[in-house]
Design a protein around this ligand. Structure first.
Ligand code: PLZ
Length: 443
């Protein structure tokens, strides 16, 4: 690895060069584009991000669950360099190329279920979700799509409609796409009658709302993140997803798993649905698939994916050859280095320490997630009243010590951890130590 796997702080965070660049950003870039941590990056690899001031930060964000194989992962770099020198673009819909087909073959093989599958490739996660909706409507001839409380599916018009949270994603951006219906999420920590009743009651509410407010025969698809991402790493109550998927199948409703954040080894399996034993009809993927290059996909049952008329799906750049080459390198890395195993190892290191932290600080109301997708939810002790102020304070303290940490959650009170799966134990330990210190000084 070309970047030394060591945290180094040589200036305050952000340092003077980053601050200078940030002033240029403010003058040149739309204020609508936010910044979590204004350190400007020069290089990155493994579990380290190097900034323009020479600081080396520990990465617990992986660019929001993207560089699971590490930044500039050797197999990704090699394949991209070869591809970029051969050709950069022809448009797959005009004159196709093998790399696109090879990515589809791989994803068809790796996603849950042994049935015949087809895939289509796009550029961003939101674009994959848009296309899953198009495919589901076309295949079923039905209009309605059901999404969940706390869901996040993107920032385009259709995906804003599917996304639950107003600020910052939807505020003043309406009107939104129609025929989107929302149902409660089986969110154990916040279920009004307690976590033990969550799966049963959420399932009952789901079926009752779909029946009464949508009508099963009007419903094309239900879309769910098997572990919610931006919504706060909400793990649905055990059994909920399987019952819901089975009920959908009984009513000719497609079950779409949005695995854009959870997919490609992140949760310790290739896809998070596997832990529930659920085989979705359609799966959306992006983020981890291509080691940092923009690529996304929809994968599903052949008869659904092929129901769309010829030429009905596509886009100029969808499945760009360089992004496909990166994906082949990333997937090869996941297989060769057993990154599903690495994600489970990360959980075995982090979860006990998060649990111990929760014992010490009653503001930590819940520790949850799976694999290398873990989170803590911060509340006023003893209850469920969100504490976004403490969350912001802790994350700021982490940043100041050179740990890239992210928040999430409808109420902005979740600290989430998404390290690259190739991070070493020393950095993982040091990152946890920084988090523990941040609680000691903030809580
Ligand atoms: N579905 C489950 O997590 C992207 C969003 C960051 P795009 N999550 C990170 C931000 O603030 O924009 C995401 C996701 C799930 C869809 C998406 C959308 O993927 O590649 O950002 O379009």
């Amino acid at each position: 690895m070309s970047v030394e796997q060591k945290r180094v702080l040589v200036t305050e965070i952000p340092g003077p060069r980053s601050t200078e660049l940030h002033a240029r950003k403010t003058a040149a870039v739309s204020a609508g584009i936010g910044t979590t941590l204004p350190v400007y990056v020069e290089r990155a690899g493994g579990g380290i991000v190097v900034d323009v001031d020479g600081n080396q930060l520990i990465d617990f964000g992986a660019g929001i669950a993207v560089v699971s194989v590490g930044n500039a992962a050797p197999r990704v770099v090699e394949r991209v360099q070869e591809q970029v020198a051969d050709f950069t673009h022809t448009c797959f819909m005009v004159t196709p190329y093998e790399e696109y087909v090879a990515v589809c073959e791989k994803v068809n093989e790796l996603t849950p279920g042994t049935h015949e599958k087809r895939s289509a490739l796009f550029n961003s996660g939101a674009e994959a979700v848009e296309n899953a909706v198009k495919i589901a409507r076309s295949a079923t001839g039905r209009p309605a799509i059901v999404a969940f409380d706390h869901a996040y599916h993107g920032r385009t018009n259709m995906t804003m409609a599917l996304t639950a949270k107003n600020m910052p994603y939807k505020h003043r951006f309406g009107p939104f796409a129609s025929e989107i219906y929302r149902v409660p999420m089986a969110y154990p920590f916040r279920w009004p009658t307690g976590p033990e009743n969550c799966a049963d009651e959420a399932f009952a509410e789901f079926t009752s709302l779909v029946h009464a407010q949508v009508g099963e025969e009007n419903c094309a698809a239900v879309i769910l993140e098997p572990i919610q991402g931006e919504g706060g790493f909400v793990v649905p109550a055990p059994g909920f997803v399987a019952r819901m998927a089975e009920w959908c199948a009984d009513h000719g409703i497609l079950f779409v798993a949005d695995e854009i954040q959870t997919g490609f080894c992140r949760t310790g399996d290739w896809f998070a649905c596997e832990a529930e034993g659920v085989v979705p009809d359609l799966i959306t993927t992006a983020k981890g698939i291509a080691g940092g290059l923009p690529l996304s996909g929809v994968t599903g049952r052949a008869e659904i994916m092929d129901a769309v008329h010829g030429g009905g799906l596509g886009g100029t750049y969808g499945g760009n050859p360089v992004a496909c080459a990166a994906a082949l390198g990333a997937i090869e890395t996941m297989q060769a280095e057993d990154l599903c195993g690495a994600a489970r190892h990360i959980e075995s290191v982090m979860r006990p320490r998060l649990a111990a932290l929760a014992e010490r600080y009653p503001a930590i109301g819940d520790v949850r997630g799976r694999g290398a997708m873990l989170a803590i939810e911060l509340v006023e002790p003893g209850g469920t009243v969100p504490d976004p102020a403490l969350t912001a304070k802790v994350v700021k303290a982490c940043h100041a010590e050179g740990l890239i940490a992210l928040t999430a959650g409808t109420y902005g009170n979740v600290l989430r951890f998404l390290p690259p799966l190739v991070i070493g134990d020393e950095l993982l330990d040091e990152g946890m130590q920084i988090l523990e210190n941040a609680f000691a000084t903030s809580a």
